[in-house]
Each structure stands twice: as C-alpha cells, then as structure tokens.
Design a protein around this ligand. Structure first.
Ligand SMILES: [Zn+2]
Length: 276
C-alpha cells in the first residue's frame, strides 16, 4: 500500500504518512504537494527560501501548512542543505531556526533529529529523496535529505546510528522513503553509478537498466532502502513511496524535469504537544 496519501480536500495540499499518523496520533509527518495553480506559478507551493521567488510568499506558505498540521509556525525549524551528511540534534533552544531566514538555519546540515515535541523538522526537495524517521519509545524523530551525494554518503544509515546512540532500539525505528525522482526518469552517467555500486548490497535492483551510450537509470529510493536494510533494519520497518516527482508535474516540483526553474516541496515531521 502507498504510504504517502494525498490530502487534497484541504486548502493546503500535502501527502500524509497516514499509517504512521494512525499509529502515533501526536505525529505530523509527510511532504507538501503542488496544486493546479502552482503548475503556472511554482512559487505558490514553494517552501524554500534559497531558490528565488518572494520570501513573503514562502513564509506565507509555511504558515498555512503549519496551521493545517496543527503545529505553531514558531515550531518550524530547518537547516541549510548542502548535499552533505551532517546531522544535528534539535532542542527547544533551536526552535524556529531557519523559519523566516536562511541566516538562522543550521549551517551545512542535511539531517535533523529531536526527541522533543512542538518542533516541526523540515527540509526541502525537488527530486532528492526525503527520509523520515520515527522511534516511539524513547521518542525520536528525524528527517534527512538524500540526493545522490547523501545516498552515497549513507545519510540514512547515519541517522539510524544517531537515534540508536540516543537510546532507541534498532528494531523500533521506522523509516519512510518519500517522493523523489524515480528509476523511470533519473538517467545518469556511469561515474554517478559507480560509487553506488560499491556501497549497495544489490546494485542490480537500484541501477535499473543501462539505457545506451554509457547512460544508466538510477532508482535512488531503492538505493536508500537497501542501505537502511544493510544497517540492520527489517523490511517491515522501512516503507517506500511509489511516487516519482518527475512523472507528476501536477503534484510535485522536479528540478530535472523543469530544468532547475522550480520551487521546492517540504518534507516534515513533528510531534504535537499532548495538552492541545
Ligand atoms: Zn518518473
């Protein structure tokens, strides 16, 4: 079953990780969507401050989504993504970093985790793979940005280790691999494929097909799934979307499809405060 379910009956379209939210009702987890309007005007569903477009619109978009998720905008927290593997723990002292300006975002940080409620961890996407993490007891949540570089650098495995190091049992960690460019649309050169062949247990499943003239089709979602299993997670701890960002212009921004002229979706995870 598709883990990311489109919530399009509301003013702010987004995909919700319904199975997680059903199991853990205090959790808000998912990724934003485009709508018909944003196909003409990408800025109307752009959530990132670093890609041009009006800052006021981005902040307005963020406020609307946070409100829809039942979390205050003050809880919105993010890092400056650089296709690295750095992971930072977020505490209430960091609450709101990056929410209105890149200047206050965690510098050079592609992974965020926290044990505290009332923090909405966010990161931004237009083809790269969003990884969401949740451990119920002790409660830990995380988000990691895995493009090609982050995947080769095993940012997903690193996040699992960070959560285990903080007391969670490895067999209690849930990971969701979200919408990103699929093996159907991600054609790359051999020099992109080779480093992955070295780290993947089953490269034949992730490097889909040679497509002629030294080109390959690469499935980064499957690559991340394999690396998480290699890290010791069981198949049922890892859910993976079927959505390809490039195949669905009505629902997703895609950097490659739109030749770089596009906005960003936001992947998010947060624990709502109990008493509200
Ligand atoms: Zn596709």
């Amino acid at each position: 079953m598709e883990p990311f379910q489109l919530q399009d009956d509301v003013s702010v379209p987004y995909f919700s990780l319904r199975s997680w939210e059903r199991e853990f009702p205090h959790l808000a987890a998912g990724i934003s969507a485009r709508d018909g309007e944003s196909v003409e005007n990408p800025n109307s569903t752009n959530y990132a401050l670093h890609v041009g477009g009006r800052r006021e619109t981005v902040i307005q978009n963020r406020k609307r989504l946070a409100s829809r998720l039942g979390m205050p905008f003050s809880s919105w927290t993010c890092g400056e993504q650089v296709h690295g593997v750095a992971i930072r723990e977020v505490t209430s002292a960091d609450r709101g970093k990056g929410r209105e300006s890149m200047d206050s975002a965690f510098p050079e940080t592609d992974g965020l985790l926290t044990r505290e409620p009332d923090l909405l961890l966010t990161s931004f996407y237009a083809d790269c793979v969003p990884l969401l993490f949740y451990s119920p007891d002790p409660a830990w949540i995380g988000v990691a940005h895995a493009g090609w570089r982050g995947t080769v650098g095993k940012i997903g495995s690193r996040m699992v280790r960070e959560i285990v190091r903080r007391g969670a049992a490895r067999d209690q960690i849930h990971v969701a691999i979200g919408p990103s460019i699929g093996g159907c649309c991600y054609e790359v050169d051999e020099k992109v494929v080779m480093p992955l062949k070295d780290v993947l247990p089953n490269p034949g499943r992730a490097v889909v097909q040679p497509s002629g003239r030294g080109k390959w089709k690469l499935d980064l979602k499957e690559a991340n799934r394999q690396l998480l299993l290699k890290e010791g997670l069981k198949e049922d701890q890892v859910v993976m979307t079927g959505w390809c960002t490039s195949c669905h212009p009505d629902l997703f921004h895609s950097h490659r499809r739109d030749h770089g002229k596009t906005g960003r979706m936001v992947a998010f995870i947060g624990m709502r405060k109990d008493d509200e």
